[in-house]
Design a protein around this ligand. Sequence first.
Ligand SMILES: [Zn+2]
Length: 554
Amino acid sequence: MSSPVTVTFLGGLGEVGRNCTAIESDGKVLVIDFGLMFPDESMPGVDVILPDDRYLRERADSIEALIVTHGHEDHVGGVSHFLKEFEAPLYGSALTMGIASHKVGEAGLGSRTSINVVADGERRRIGPFDVEFLPITHSVPQSMCVVVHSKQGVLVHTGDFKLDFTPVDDRLTDLGRLGELSRDAGIRLLMADSTNADAPGFSASETTVGETLRRLFPELRGRRIIASCFASHLHRVQQIVDVAIDEGRVIFPLGRSMVNNIRIARDLGVLDLPERHVRSIEEVNDHDPAKVCVLCTGSQGEQFAALSLMAKGDHRDISIGDNDTVIMSSHPIPGNEHPVFVVMNALVRRGAEVIHSGQDHVHTTGHAKRDELRILQSIAKPEYFCPIEGEYRMLRRHADLAVDLGLADDHALVAVDGNQIVLTDHDVSLAKGVPHEYRYVHGNGENLDPAVLGERLNLADGGVVVVSITVDMDARDIVAGPRIASRGWATDAELDELVPALEKELARSIGGALTDKSVDIDGLEQIARRATGRFVSNRTRRRPPILAVVQSTV
Ligand SMILES: [Zn+2]
């Protein structure tokens, strides 16, 4: 009899982002990824959303390590938040650890952790865990697939992946090793990326984007080129700079994360970009525009990124005009479409030509499509399968695909955030697991209570009306007010009419209530709130939150 092993999902199953998985064996915990997710319009004032780490807090002393599969924000982005709470060493590839240590250093947590670089194919004992790191292809170099040889068999966590058979760095997914594992001990549980489980066919190789760029750049001779992509997509960066340099252009990296990632990648030898071809953005206007290639961030329409600033005409060094071509070498992440289109429209209005992935093959996905997922299933042949990393419909589609390929229905486990997979000698089952909610972060990294967020949304919906009155409780009389203040409720012209009428109404109802000696301050506040609510609703058919403050002179 071996002790059970559990896998608890703390984020990323039900949304694209904030990935986090915890594997527990004999009271020891191995965490895979601690990513973040960016807020949408329904989350005003939220900076980022993190995995729900309550499960980890209860086991803080038992966490053996945080393994980071790759250098994307939704996998590594929460690393400094993690290290503020927990003391555990980090493991990952050289580039992933380079990106992680930059974040850890920026947060001033460098002394709190040990950073362990693992090589492709390396097998490490981490506490009681026997972990193997396999190379896997994705849209950031040096991504890893994590294999845990547990007491309950082999667990495989792909991280994000696609099957690129002609990657820019020739580093192939180790399908051979996965096949070997499946043949030898067998893979007890496979957890695999579901982001593109809806998309038919095969994803195009990253090198095919290079071919497009080779065709495009000569067509753009004479024009200034501004290329934007994810700062972590260093193979894309490599392909852009290779073509630009061959075309006699000078590279101007722009945007904090682009500059940082290029430095990290050059230091590690991941990016081949000789110093003589690079200039600082401050010098861009000293160069012939036809010999310039600006390489910038902001491909997701991020409000304060370089591309947005250029689009708004707010950039210090670059003023967009009709001699500019902007290549958006990216595709909006689901949910980001609107801000991306806002940026594109603004660039075109300024006269720029915009080339995006809807027009030309200037981007390819980093996530496996259905044919690739089929290949993974047929090589790994897992006993149980749990789709991870995706919205619910993607997880479901991925599970259905595995069943179509012959997996027994009850061996495809569709889990969501908070759920737990329990592996025992007898079976593998899905349990309800632990309570789960989004962990909203704002300000200096503090948690934002969902109830507070709910109040913010109410304010956003209807504005706010505040009434204040001062009373003399002995004389049972109004001493000052009522005074009315509001934000976002009505226009100034409307207020000119509404405020005096509401003041009169309140003076009447509070005056009346004061004649009843049993009514105290709380009672008066309640009466003021109700009277205001009735008035606001009758006169404007709107329902802003109402705050009533009644103060006593004694
Ligand atoms: Zn990724």
